[in-house]
Design a protein around this ligand. Structure first.
Ligand SMILES: NC(=O)c1ccc[n+]([C@@H]2O[C@H](COP(=O)([O-])OP(=O)(O)OC[C@H]3O[C@@H](n4cnc5c(N)ncnc54)[C@H](OP(=O)(O)O)[C@@H]3O)[C@@H](O)[C@H]2O)c1
Length: 286
């Protein structure tokens, strides 16, 4: 991965941090795009010290704010001539209805919409001659439980009707629909794949989960995959020559190609989500 620039969202914790460490050891030039700048800087310092790779930068990015995503994109495009690998890894799980700065349901906003805007804004850095950049979207097997409820993407049905797990599943389904539509629209210029990392012992469920979820998760966590193992497929998709020309596909935690749910393969739905997202981020596109 020497001479490759890799941007990882949510690189200060969990799977993203483990992915960053593995790619730093392979010699990549990393850009850690995180909402908490102190935590990002600590991670960068730790990576420099423990991997010996000095090419570790940070980039402030809050995916719950389209303005922040646009600002981060502008900084990246000004500072870096090209982007070889974009890993849309950051994610949240929450059980009460919250909205982003722009009024979208938080999980849809962070897990899908922010990454959608980031990817579109960074396309110029990925469309350089002589490189075939890779976009990697971290989805989840839970996408199978999701549909896209276009009438509730701004929390229109209210907090009483909110089902956090269904909203998470919806956002992870959106990751796969986005992967497939991005491949249909830009597959000749870059590759785009997505993955399920496995059930991984991170803090994802405890950050905004309710007491019961946190309790169950703390019991289960010791039996889950480690973040290092959870990073396996992201690292594979970012670095393996085997997948240089593979695009629009969904991979499981052991790097096997698998078929996502029939809803995730619905081209009409993917196009509709793209068009909805394009309108939602219109004012923040570069
Ligand atoms: N863990 C699992 O079992 C599992 C299973 C399937 C899929 N996944 C997916 O794997 C990905 C990584 O999750 P994880 O398990 O590693 O969770 P994690 O340890 O909680 O890490 C999530 C990362 O996303 C960042 N993030 C959250 N909200 C953000 C925002 N508004 N702007 C920018 N960054 C934000 C977090 O930052 P802070 O540190 O500031 O919170 C953190 O760096 C997610 O996409 C998740 O959906 C996880």
């Amino acid at each position: 991965m020497r001479n490759k620039t890799v941007l990882i969202t949510g690189a200060n914790d969990g799977i993203g941090r483990a992915t960053a460490e593995r790619l730093a050891r392979k010699g990549a030039h990393l850009v850690l795009a995180c909402r908490n700048e102190t935590s990002a800087q600590h991670t960068a310092d730790w990576l420099v010290e423990h991997t010996g790779n000095r090419n570790i930068d940070t980039l402030p990015l809050d995916l719950s704010s389209l303005r922040s995503v646009r600002d981060a994109s502008e900084i990246f495009l000004a500072d870096y001539p090209r982007l070889d690998v974009l890993i849309n890894n950051a994610g949240i799980y929450c059980e009460s209805l919250e909205l982003t700065e722009d009024g979208y349901e938080l999980q849809f906003g962070v897990n899908h919409l922010g990454h959608y805007l980031l990817t579109l804004n960074l396309l110029p850095a990925m469309q350089c001659a002589n490189i075939c950049s890779r976009v990697i979207n971290v989805s989840s097997a839970l996408h199978t439980k999701g549909g896209i409820d276009f009438g509730n993407l701004r929390g229109e049905r209210g907090p009483g009707a909110y089902d956090g797990t269904a909203a998470y599943a919806q956002s992870k389904l959106a990751n796969i629909l986005f992967t497939k539509e991005l491949n249909r629209r830009h597959g000749s210029e870059l590759t785009t794949n997505c993955l399920h990392p496995g059930v991984v012992g991170t803090s994802l469920a405890s950050k905004k989960g309710k007491f019961f979820t946190r309790a169950i998760w703390s019991l289960y966590k010791p039996f889950a995959r480690t973040p290092e193992r959870g990073a396996d497929t992201s690292v594979y998709l970012a670095s393996s020559p085997e997948v240089r020309e593979v695009s629009g596909r969904y991979f499981n935690p052991t790097q096997c190609l698998v078929k996502p749910s029939p809803t995730a393969c619905n081209e009409q739905l993917a196009r509709r989500l793209w068009e909805y997202s394009e309108t939602a981020v219109r004012d923040f596109l570069l």
